[in-house]
Design a protein around this ligand. Structure first.
Ligand SMILES: [Zn+2]
Length: 129
């Protein structure tokens, strides 16, 4: 993928004007932006970004499992269903459309995010199919 291609997060912006800015170190101002940039990071196998933006209490430092998931999966589409913002805690419900080894692996997740210092972190989520 080129940086001039559309961003995987579905914003209709070029990747270089969208999630790349977060992958390059910009702080996501809210949990929704963080969630979108994490989806793009999965799509582009940017495993370091996934780990950095996961809360320390639930962080999985197993880079291999993130890499394998990214490589085996085609990230087709992201749809935001609901965003509940808050001071220190926020929720994003989304549908991720994924194809994994020829099978539809799409799921809906309500993700929970916590803010510490000035940054948001993914902490956990509830998945429904
Ligand atoms: Zn994006």
């Amino acid at each position: 993928m080129s940086i001039n291609d559309k961003c995987p997060c579905g914003s209709n912006l070029k990747y270089k004007k969208c999630c790349k800015t977060y992958h390059d170190g910009r702080v996501a101002q809210n949990a929704l932006l963080l969630m979108r940039s994490r989806y793009s990071a999965y799509a582009l196998a940017k495993h370091k970004y996934i780990i950095q933006t996961t809360h320390k209490t639930t962080r999985d430092d197993n880079i291999k499992s993130i890499e394998d998931f990214s490589k085996q999966t085609t990230f087709q589409n992201l749809k935001i269903i609901e965003f509940i913002d808050g001071e220190k805690e926020a929720y994003v419900t989304f549908k991720a459309s994924l194809i994994c080894e020829g099978k539809d692996n799409s799921f809906i997740e309500k993700s929970r995010f916590l803010k510490e210092e000035k940054s948001w972190y993914y902490i956990d989520g509830e998945i429904s199919v």
